[in-house]
Design a protein around this ligand. Structure first.
Ligand code: AMP
Ligand code: ZN
Ligand code: FE
Ligand code: FE
Length: 271
């Protein structure tokens, strides 16, 4: 039994459609994946339909990147009710903000001597929630850079000259929104995001899980997070953060071990 609880599709900034992801997960022999697209659950229905009648469970998930006084805090939501109207209103607001922000980044890049066609960026994003990886792919296409990572290092990373922040919820708002939609909130990749110190405060705010198993977590960090999960009674989740971006920054689907019993633990916590 192998599972992967952090996966992106074309509904946000991944490169495989929900159906393609399901086929790949089946090829790899996975028994469960959680589709955790940024600010959208739009890929979930397609993935669940593609997995029907197979041995694969597709968990309705989401990733919401929030802003605290201490910087970025990413959350994963699991076993969300996608039909929850209040939750969808939150996500629609976040996606709308992504659009304006991507346009501004394209303007900044033009001023830096790297003009892109906005239509092309939109075409790359397709129906999905537009994000920096789409802008990076447009830069790559034009030959301005040679790897996706280079776009972040030189231009659109946090400290980059073309970076534009976007409207975000606070950590407490994101946890509350996920819970109100029946979901379980997990703190995403805390050791790489530098959010380990926030765990006590977030646990008090309704956090019920933390992402322990993650490609960029060292074995020592994993141990440390597992101890914190036990201390604060949090489910230890994990996943590859797969985007199919063919970039060394990104891991392969199902490429790291996550304890399969985590799925039942999350299901039990979901209301
Ligand atoms: P956004 O949500 O538009 O701010 O973009 C964030 C996404 O960009 C993350 O989910 C990652 O997939 C991707 N990303 C962030 N940093 C890097 C990096 N250094 N190299 C490649 N991709 C990155
Ligand atoms: Zn992403
Ligand atoms: Fe993240
Ligand atoms: Fe992610």
């Amino acid at each position: 039994m192998r599972i992967d609880l952090h996966v992106h599709s074309t509904a946000s900034d991944g490169r495989l459609t929900p159906t393609e992801l399901v086929h790949l997960a089946l090829e790899r022999g996975l028994t469960a994946i959680a589709l955790t697209d940024h600010d959208t659950t739009d890929g979930v229905a397609e993935a669940q339909a593609a997995a029907r009648g197979t041995g694969l469970e597709v968990i309705a998930g989401v990733e919401i990147n929030t802003e605290s006084e201490d910087g970025d805090v990413h959350f994963l939501g699991y076993f969300i009710r996608p039909e929850d109207a209040a939750f969808q209103a939150h996500l629609a607001t976040l996606r709308h903000a992504r659009l304006g922000r991507a346009r501004l980044m394209v303007e900044k890049l033009a001023h830096l001597g790297l003009p892109l066609d906005w239509e092309r960026v939109q075409a790359i994003a397709g129906e999905g929630a537009v994000g920096r990886p789409h802008v990076a792919r447009a830069l790559l296409e034009r030959g301005y850079i040679t790897t996706i990572s280079e776009a972040f290092e030189k231009y659109i990373g946090h400290e980059g000259p073309a970076y534009v922040p976007r409207y975000r919820l606070t950590p407490e708002q994101a946890i509350a929104a996920i819970r109100a939609a029946g979901g379980v909130a997990s703190l995403a990749h805390p050791a790489v995001a530098g959010t380990v110190a926030l765990i006590p405060r977030l646990a008090a705010a309704g956090l019920e899980a933390i992402e322990v198993y993650y490609p960029d977590h060292t074995p020592e960090q994993q141990e440390m997070l597992l101890a914190l999960a036990r201390q604060y009674n949090l489910v230890p989740t994990g996943g590859s953060d797969f985007h199919a971006l063919d970039d060394p920054h990104h891991a392969a689907l199902g490429s790291l071990w996550v304890p399969p019993e985590v799925v039942e633990q999350l299901r039990q916590r979901a209301k």
